[in-house]
Design a protein around this ligand. Structure first.
Ligand SMILES: C=C1C[C@]23C[C@@]1(O)CC[C@H]2[C@@]12CC[C@H](O)[C@@](C)(C(=O)O1)[C@H]2[C@@H]3C(=O)O
Ligand SMILES: O=C(O)CCC(=O)C(=O)O
Ligand SMILES: [Fe+2]
Length: 334
């Protein structure tokens, strides 16, 4: 058991269990059955209201999920000394407690990968020390299925918004040059949380995801919270058979702010370990990100045009909790 002294604990971010945050399950997270004919309208509504929803009938084979989860658990169960000598994140590789390059820390360890199998093959080889055929196979199968689901959702969203062609968003993920990322997070249990007198230990600090769309699946351990528009934090009950979808900053821009990128975070658990797998669907680096003309008609464009490369460069200089879109907002003329 890892016991942390008080000063060691304080390196990590603690958040108050204030009256603004609730640990009650929030009944309002939209649940969308992707196989139903009206799902496109419910998807649009969820992206406008929360930038977050849960999907069922998602089409991802359960054996892809269980294979990857068991490979991930095998890796995270290795001794820390072995994992740490493997491959420090650049940002890709194995990381422990440090998130990004700008001083963020969290109660987790992770593997961060691109979705390019060739690049990952070499990366995983240095992470594992041996050719990780089984792990690589599980990652590839899972990523392909998660990407397919993300594209289905993005196509339904285009239809729901009445934008043509319907692949206007999904083509960005389907592009060979798509700059998408895949992450496996492991949040070990932290028994010392009981000593924190009503405060919570941060597993992954609050942030929005910079990409277009994120597809998140976790085991049955709680921890994920989303912020509502009024700033209240809502705990999301885990569901290992469903997926949670986040609208990313780039989709907020493409829709001229109609869809909201959701602020979210993960709190550490005192008893159970949490394992999550997230596919972050992003555009090619050279892609221009700007509100779609059909969504600006009669309104002002809220954002300056930028390339995904420019946004990513700026995002990776920021701290997790920063408002990364701020630099790209147009200042309203007075
Ligand atoms: C602190 C950081 C970690 C992050 C890059 C950043 O500078 C700001 C955005 C962070 C984030 C959040 C969503 C994803 O987990 C992630 C991979 C991403 O694309 O943006 C992480 C970045 C990271 O962990 O490197
Ligand atoms: O691990 C999770 O459940 C969420 C993590 C997350 O938000 C991220 O990796 O961007
Ligand atoms: Fe995230």
């Amino acid at each position: 058991m890892v016991v942390l002294s008080k000063p060691a604990m304080e390196q990590f971010c603690l958040v108050k269990n204030s009256c603004k945050s609730t640990t009650l399950p929030f009944p309002g997270v939209p649940l969308i059955d992707l196989s139903k004919p009206d799902s496109k309208h419910l998807l649009v509504k969820a992206c406008q209201e929360f930038g977050f929803f849960k999907v069922i009938n998602h089409g991802v084979p359960s054996e892809f999920i269980s294979k990857l989860e068991s490979e991930a658990i095998k890796f995270f169960s290795l001794p820390l000394s072995e994992k740490e000598k493997s491959c420090p994140p650049d940002p890709f590789g194995y990381g422990n407690k440090r998130i990004g390059q700008n001083g963020d820390v969290g109660w987790l360890e992770y593997i961060l990968l691109t979705t390019n199998p060739e690049f990952n093959y070499q990366k995983l080889q240095s992470v594992f020390g041996v050719t990780p055929e089984k792990f690589q196979g599980a990652v590839n199968d899972y990523i392909s299925a998660a990407k397919k689901m993300a594209c289905e959702i993005l196509e339904q969203l285009a239809e729901g918004l009445k934008i043509q062609p319907k692949n206007v968003f999904s083509k960005l993920l389907m592009d060979e040059q798509s700059d998408s990322v895949f992450r496996l997070n492991h949040y070990p249990p932290c028994p010392d949380i009981q000593e924190l007198h009503g405060r919570n230990l941060i597993g992954f600090g609050e942030h929005t995801d910079p990409q277009i769309i994120s597809v998140l699946r976790s085991n049955n351990t709680s921890g994920l919270q989303i912020a509502l528009k009024d700033g209240n934090w809502i705990s999301i009950p885990p569901d290992q058979n469903s997926f949670f979808i986040n609208v990313g900053d780039s989709l907020q821009v493409l829709t001229n702010g109609r869809f909201k990128s959701v602020r979210h975070r993960v709190l550490a658990n005192s008893i159970k370990s949490r394992v999550s797998m997230i596919y972050f669907g992003g555009p090619p680096l050279s892609e221009k990100i700007a509100p779609l003309p059909s969504l600006v008609e009669g309104e002002d464009s809220l954002y300056k045009e930028f390339t995904w490369f420019e946004y990513k460069k700026s995002a990776y200089k920021s701290r997790l909790a920063d408002n990364r879109l701020g630099f790209f907002e147009k200042i309203a003329a007075s």
